[in-house]
Design a protein around this ligand. Structure first.
Ligand SMILES: Cc1cc2nc3c(=O)[nH]c(=O)nc-3n(C[C@H](O)[C@H](O)[C@H](O)COP(=O)(O)OP(=O)(O)OC[C@H]3O[C@@H](n4cnc5c(N)ncnc54)[C@H](O)[C@@H]3O)c2cc1C
Length: 403
């Protein structure tokens, strides 16, 4: 058998697999339905591409088997990715909280660097071409293209993504073929998606942005908790703090769920000290809350706690102040769902990781096939974790294409 490999999907996972396979002297053909490579990569991080994170850690991923993820990242983790990106001309920097971006702060330059590297490596690009079906053929696979042409290949890497943001190319169309080849496909649902909530009580806060701890409850059971930035919108909450919880919500579509926001998670002692200092003065509570919260919030929160907007701190007894703190540290939102695939950053579900060997990303069920990136059932939090997974799985598949 020759060392040819065909890759479906020129996203971050497929492009990285192609480059590593080419470095291992394979002849590589890379197919994508888009007219360019890296179409989704181009919009990541709001056009800045949050490529990875200094705190990449297997345990931060929602993955059925953390040891599987550890094995993968042990071969190609954060440091290896930074070196690889440098080798194709992408220099990176990290924000103080560890999120890594290209120095250019432009996803376009990252896509340009990948495209250049693919050309230098003589990877055959087959763009504007959709694979409609994959079937086993002799010891390899036959791919039916949208033109009707059938391509045969000896080795195949499927890097066709999931179902998130379908306008950018990934619509989950090949999961049926993967099933026919013997793989399981777990139901796909939106992840890293905005969360829809009953917003009537918070109409006056639309557009307010803040950092908060977000805790997701089903009854009195805490399901998950995150901390980060979020924004109040017409239909609910958006931003990393709630997006990181969204796969827990879409997995429980019929459950009654509540989100509690704590905007004081880092500053409660400072606010308590401020209130204590002014405790016996006729200072409006609004002014004190205004020291730590966005200006639209104090009047809304005071009204929700049953106080007038101009209540003075020396008019309240200690029990009333504690009541206010209970509200401020657990602001309740009735969750109604998450926004759909059109609005989410990745999809949960797909092929279970147990069906793929993390040492080489090859299918454990069918020969000469590797599966990488979002096609697999892995959800990372916001902050560069999902691109890291796509790059890592692609690199490991590419470097282990059999000679
Ligand atoms: C708006 C947005 C912002 C994001 N921001 C970030 C971020 O800043 N940091 C981060 O870590 N993650 C981010 N993500 C997630 C990240 O983009 C994904 O994790 C990553 O793109 C997955 O890579 P992939 O190669 O597995 O799949 P994809 O990037 O989806 O690539 C799959 C490719 O396969 C092609 N394809 C699919 N089916 C076929 C077919 N039948 N025939 C031919 N070609 C096919 C598609 O056209 C596509 O180009 C963001 C996602 C979105 C939508």
């Amino acid at each position: 058998m020759s060392n040819n490999v065909t890759i479906i999907g020129a996203g971050p996972a497929g492009m990285t697999a192609a480059l590593f396979a080419a470095r291992a002297d394979a002849r590589v053909r890379l197919i994508d339905s888009n007219t360019m490579v890296g179409r989704k990569l181009l919009v990541t991080g709001s056009g800045r591409a949050n490529l990875t994170n200094q705190q990449i850690d297997a345990n931060r991923y929602t993955c059925a088997d953390p040891a599987w993820m550890q094995t993968l990242l042990g071969q190609f983790g954060h440091a290896e990715l930074i070196r690889f990106l440098e080798s194709i001309g992408v220099l990176t920097f990290s924000t103080p909280d560890g999120w890594c971006y290209p120095v250019s702060e432009s996803a376009q330059t990252v896509v340009d660097a990948f495209e250049n590297a693919l050309n230098l490596a003589k990877v055959e690009l087959v763009l504007n071409t959709k694979v409609m079906a994959i079937r086993s053929y002799q010891q390899g696979y036959s791919l039916t293209l949208d033109s009707g042409v059938v391509l045969n290949c000896e080795r195949l890497i499927v890097a066709a993504g999931g179902k998130a943001y379908p306008t950018l190319g990934s619509r989950g169309e090949l999961f049926g073929s993967l099933k026919a080849l013997g793989h399981s496909v777990l139901p796909l649902s939106p992840a890293l998606a905005p969360v829809t909530c009953e917003m009537k009580p918070y109409q006056k806060l639309l557009g307010v942005r803040l950092d908060a701890r977000a805790s997701l409850y089903q009854g009195s059971t805490l399901l998950a908790e995150t901390t980060g930035n979020l924004i109040f919108t017409q239909w609910g909450l958006n931003g990393p703090a709630v997006m990181d919880l969204s796969h827990h919500i879409s997995a429980r579509s019929c459950a009654k769920l509540e989100l509690h926001l704590n905007p004081l998670f880092a500053i409660e002692p400072a606010l308590r000290a401020l209130i204590q200092n002014q405790r016996n003065t006729p200072t409006p509570l609004c002014v004190l809350l205004g020291a730590v919260l966005p200006p639209k919030m104090p009047p809304v929160l005071l009204s929700k706690a049953g106080f007038s907007a101009d209540v003075l701190i020396n008019e309240l007894n200690n029990a009333q102040i504690e009541k206010l703190f209970r509200l401020l540290t657990a602001l309740p939102f009735k969750v109604t769902g998450v926004r759909g695939f059109e609005y989410c950053q990745i999809s949960a579900g797909g092929v279970p990781v147990s069906e793929v060997d993390p040492l080489n990303m090859r299918s454990r069920l069918t020969p000469n096939l590797a599966l990488v990136g979002e096609t697999l059932d892995v959800v990372g939090p916001c902050g560069g974790f999902n691109l890291q997974f796509a790059f890592s799985s692609g690199a490991v598949a590419g470097m282990h294409v059999p000679k």
